[in-house]
Every structure is written in structure tokens, then in C-alpha cells.
Design a protein around this ligand. Structure first.
Ligand code: ZN
Length: 460
């Protein structure tokens, strides 16, 4: 079955082509974009479906290059806390959750992403090991080990939601002998692919944890599994403003382990030194920017203007749903764009088309999945959003990209397609489990939180 989208204001975000055109897009029966172009579509195969969007914007589904998709049940938690006290509030609850709870939390988080126009995500799964951060040591300590299903059920939740994912898996070295953690890691890399339909599985990845490690050995082990399994590693790094000397000193651990290169991506990278930026850029490392999360947690301004000028590749992410409380890619783009303009006192320092590229194709590039997602081009997976700038009306269109990025929002997002199939409409995911996921999340999070001594303000 093919799908032809017609009467569209197409914003392809493809390098080298037009920024927009009025035309059509055709999806083949393989779920990939067969062709697109201006004007009216050529006749399609008989029996194909036609979607007339009546002049609405059709753009690539958003890519969140950094997210933790099990946390949508903890929105509003620790509302005045910086990163580590906030992380602890999350960890204490999930310490008491079981594998089935992690399944429903992930399913809910992924459906929420789809409903908001995000069609691909890098997912830092919650580790089987509950780690608690010790600020005095600037390191994490393992306090609890959960069964394997605690992790594999997160893979299942994302798969059942129908979101495309890169599953990031933590090595958890320091929680068991090295041979054992390496063996378990390999099993989980295989499980990520086994538990996820091939077209939804963008890959597995290393959940880099050197920032919270006690010794350089963690960097060596991460580098070993990156090479062995051919994986990208995304590492949270210099996210917060405290203990900067200690945080920054661990950059050398990655450098000395030989990890710097296109397969190493720094999450946040809010407080790097000039030397770190120069080294990371020269090696081809990417970074992922969480503008909303960095504001919510008081982490600081990641100066992506500076990082891009230095030559670093940049993607954007929505981070946890418990710190980017609304997973709104439009809000995230604007938050970031406005913050950079204010920081540099320059209204042209980042333009709508730049920030749109960062949250789509740029994010796909840093994750190494731009061959499949991130833009509307023939051969790519047909993941797109239908955004109607006339409902509610945003007025005359003076500049298509500016209208899309600056004037549109979730209220204009009408439909979301993954592989040419409807995944969400009018703010709701179409997956059969969506209604049940809401109820399961509420009940299960309340139960897990109660074991941690935490009760919702409104308790039935
Ligand atoms: Zn994160």
C-alpha cells in the first residue's frame, strides 16, 4: 500500500535543496519515501491511499538525540532542584519499581513523544543497577541490582509504542566483575535488536558513565565495547556548574582511552573548557543540546554557537520528561534559539532553519542514523509531521521557516506518521495500548513512589 501526501507545504530539511516548496510526497509500500516534488503528484499505483493536507506544513518527524523515556510519570518532581538532587528523587522511585512498571513507563513516554511529533529518539534506558550519586566523591555507587527484564521490558515498551529508538545501555562496571559486566553488556546489545522490530531499531549504544566513575578504567572499558560492537557512545558530560574541576578532569580519561572521535558524543557539554572544545572538535565528537532541561535544572547555557563555530556537530534532545516536563520540540527549539540570541546579544546568531535542522537532521547525524531519518528525501524512512499553521491561525506567512519554528506549536500539530503510517492525531497516539498506558502509569508510579516515602499531592 502506498501513500501520497498532496497539497502540502513541504519543509524537507534536506541539504542542498529548497528550504520549502508547495507539492507532494509519496511513500512506498516499504514505508520509505519513494519520491517528492513541487506541484501536483504524478499518478500513483492503483489502490494507493491519498492524504490531502490542504496546504498544511509537512516536515520531518523530530529526532530527540538525548532522552530518558521512562520518566513521564515524574513530571513536576523536585521542581526547585539542580541535577543531582533531582536525579536522586527519580532514582529513589525507580529503585522500587519492577520490570513491568518500567515497561509501562517506557511505553507511556514513547507514546508521549509520538503524540508530540518526535518519531526517533536516543533512549538512555534505566540501568538494571540503581546507582546513587555521592556528591562528596563526585561518583556514583551501586545500591541495587534488578533482574534482566528490568532492562529488556524497556526495549519492549518502546517497540510496542512504535517509536524508532537507539537503545543506550550502561556498562555498569563497578557493580560486578569486569568479565561479567562485559558479558551482560553484549547480551543486552543483542537483546535490544531481538526485542525491537528491525525497522524501529536504529541501533544500540553505550550509555557513557565516565562522568560519574571513580577511575579511568570505565573509559577504557567503554572504548573497548564501542570498538567491539561498533557503537556510538553518548556520555553526559559537564552538565552542571558544581565541582567543575573534578568533572572536567575526567575528560582526559576519555582522551587517554582513545575514545575521542566521531563515535563519541557528549550529552549536555554545558561547561567545557576551550581546550576540551578544541580537542573534541578536532576529533570529530558530537554534542547534544538539551535547552529546556538545562533551564529547568539551572544547569547553565550550553553555548552551541561557540561549539558550532569550533566545528562540533550538534544535535538536540528533550532529555527526561521529568525535567523537560512537556516533551515539546517546538518549545525546545525556541527555548534554545532565544537563549542563544540573548546570550550573544545577537538576534541573527541562530536562525529558525538552523535550530530546525539541529532537532531533525543534525540530531540524526550525531547519532549516526542520518541515512534513515532526519529529513524528507527519497529512500529515507517516511517519518513526518503535518502541522497546520492556519489552525489555530498564525496569520499571513512572511517566511515559511520562521512561521514553522517561531509561530507554530503543539496546538498546530495535527498528525504524525512513522514509516507512512499514522502514529498520532490531534495530540493522541493511535497505538492500541495508549489509553491503558495512562492508567498503568498513574497506578504504578504512585505505588513505586509510596515505597520511597513519596506521595502525589493529589492522592485518590
Ligand atoms: Zn540525560
Amino acid at each position: 500500500m502506498t501513500l501520497t501526501v498532496e497539497n502540502a507545504l513541504v519543509v524537507p530539511v534536506a541539504d542542498g535543496g529548497p528550504e520549502w516548496f508547495q507539492g507532494w510526497l509519496r511513500v512506498g509500500d516499504d514505508g520509505r519515501i519513494a519520491a517528492l516534488g513541487p506541484g501536483a503528484p504524478p499518478p500513483g499505483p492503483p489502490g494507493g491511499e491519498v492524504l490531502d493536507v490542504g496546504g498544511a506544513i509537512v516536515a520531518p518527524g523530530f529526532v530527540s538525540a538525548h532522552s530518558h523515556l521512562f520518566t513521564s510519570g515524574l513530571r513536576g518532581i523536585a521542581p526547585g532542584s539542580t541535577l543531582y538532587p533531582w536525579v536522586r528523587a527519580n532514582a529513589e522511585v525507580f529503585r522500587h519499581a519492577d520490570a513491568e512498571t518500567l515497561y509501562w513507563c517506557t511505553l507511556h513516554g514513547c507514546l508521549d513523544f509520538l503524540a508530540n511529533g518526535i518519531t526517533s529518539a536516543y533512549n538512555f534506558t534505566q540501568s538494571r543497577v540503581t546507582w546513587l550519586y555521592d556528591p562528596a566523591a563526585a561518583a556514583s555507587v551501586p545500591v541495587e541490582v534488578h533482574p534482566v527484564e528490568y532492562l529488556t521490558r524497556q526495549f519492549d515498551g518502546a517497540a510496542d509504542a512504535g517509536l524508532r529508538v537507539v537503545n543506550a545501555i550502561r556498562l555498569d562496571d563497578g557493580s560486578a566483575p569486569e568479565d561479567e559486566v562485559l558479558g551482560t553488556f553484549a547480551e543486552m546489545v543483542a537483546a535490544s535488536a531481538e526485542h525491537t522490530p528491525a525497522d524501529l531499531h536504529l541501533g544500540a549504544s553505550v550509555f557513557g558513565a565516565v562522568q560519574w566513575a571513580e577511575s579511568p578504567r570505565t573509559a577504557e572499558l567503554e572504548t573497548k565495547v564501542m570498538r567491539e560492537h561498533g557503537l556510538v557512545n553518548q556520555a553526559h558530560f559537564v552538565e552542571t556548574a558544581e565541582q567543575l574541576d573534578v568533572q572536567r578532569s575526567k575528560f582526559a580519561w576519555y582522551a587517554e582511552a582513545g575514545a575521542l572521535g566521531p563515535d563519541l558524543v557528549f550529552g549536555h557539554f554545558v561547561h567545557p573548557t576551550d581546550e576540551m572544545v578544541a580537542q573534541a572538535a578536532a576529533a570529530g565528537c558530537g554534542m547534544v543540546w538539551q535547552a529546556t532541561s538545562n533551564g529547568r535544572l539551572g544547569s547553565g547555557f550550553a553555548d552551541v554557537v561557540r561549539l558550532r563555530r569550533a566545528g562540533m556537530r550538534v544535535g538536540m534532545g528533550l532529555d527526561d520528561q521529568s525535567c523537560t516536563d512537556v516533551s515539546d520540540p517546538f518549545g525546545n527549539m525556541r527555548m534554545g534559539l532565544y537563549a542563544m540570541r540573548a546570550l550573544h546579544t545577537d538576534a541573527a546568531v541562530l536562525m529558525p532553519k538552523d535550530v530546525l535542522r539541529l532537532h531533525t537532521l543534525g540530531s540524526a547525524e550525531v547519532l549516526g542514523v542520518a541515512d534513515r531519518v532526519g529529513s524528507l528525501e527519497p529512500g529515507k524512512l517516511a517519518d513526518f509531521v503535518v502541522v497546520d499553521h492556519r489552525s489555530p491561525s498564525t496569520g499571513p506567512v512572511w517566511d515559511v521557516l520562521a512561521t514553522y519554528v517561531l509561530a507554530c506549536g503543539l496546538r498546530n500539530l495535527k498528525q504524525v506518521y512513522v514509516g507512512g503510517r499514522l502514529a498520532a492525531a490531534d495530540g493522541r497516539a493511535t497505538a492500541p495500548l495508549a489509553a491503558r498506558a495512562d492508567a498503568e502509569l498513574e497506578a504504578r508510579m504512585t505505588e513505586a513512589a509510596a515505597k520511597a516515602g513519596l506521595r502525589p499531592a493529589l492522592y485518590p
